[in-house]
Design a protein around this ligand. Sequence first.
Ligand SMILES: [Zn+2]
Length: 203
Amino acid sequence: MASGTPGAGGCTSSLMAARWTITISIVNIVEGFYMNFLMATPLKMSSITDPTRMGAKVDKWTLRFLSMAQSVARWSKDPSTRVGAVLVSPDRRIVIPGYNGLPRGIEDSTDRLLNREWKLRTILHAEHNAILTARQDVSGWTMYVTHHPCSNCSAVMVQSGIGAVHYIRDDAFEDKWRCSLETAGILFKEAGVHVEGHRLWMG
Ligand SMILES: [Zn+2]
């Protein structure tokens, strides 16, 4: 996993700074403070600004494709993290799945998948797999993925001309891979890729 470079926005900034990609509507923030005031007790902003809990709507198609990505993730045999992605054309008529796994024709035995170092050197990530599967120009397409893309995938996506990324928020995952995700955020921002994280749990 790539490590960040101090001064280039690598691993030196805080976790909150790494989350610049998150879109939180003004309505939710206002409602959050209002609810906080009403209850006269400290509330966690992470829960009070949760779009699902506050009733704010995630776009219907975004929800559909993120749900599809979650289903695709189940196809992965990775014992640690199953990631699913769907790559969608601008008119939503082409939907291409991808999940993390070893290249086609390569034995994905349990021994190999449990060998962390070997797996990290050989596994293809969900987003990269979806782009490779597309076998066509995907400029302007949107990637829906179950986790925030890593730095390597972000580079591939930028080079492929992906126009937007929607992913499902996962605090534990984002903390674990913070350095890589910060780098991914820098690449996306410089390339003008729209990135949006969503919390989908029903709490
Ligand atoms: Zn990746």
